[in-house]
Write a protein that binds this ligand. Sequence first.
Ligand SMILES: [Zn+2]
Length: 132
Amino acid sequence: MRDSGRYLLSGMMDCGVCGAKYVAAMTIHTNKPTPHVYFYCNNKLRHGKESCASKPVNLAIAEGVIMHTLVYTLLTEEEIKKFIQAFNEFAESDTEEFERKRQALAKQMEGVKKKWLTSSVRYSRALIQGAL
Ligand SMILES: [Zn+2]
């Protein structure tokens, strides 16, 4: 699932093999409890693994490398403070978006539970009345 625009580095990295943009995509591993986000070469993502030999980059690793580089080699103390503030604002907006999605899903889940309960009651009544 492509999920660009939501991550700090979306659209900012180029593929070292073919030159296409790297884009964020969520990957669900069957053996891990939560989905992981990786950056993939957009060319490879759209046209298959034959189109580019690049490897995906884990989101946390990519952001960690960038933050380490910024903090230890490029920025002054004042710039680091501004960067941290900007990052916190970014993370907070992401959390608000996540909370909105969580509430929408909880509401949907409630609707599904009600439908399931109604169906269960109808099914039980039908069983009791010998209709099934
Ligand atoms: Zn590529």
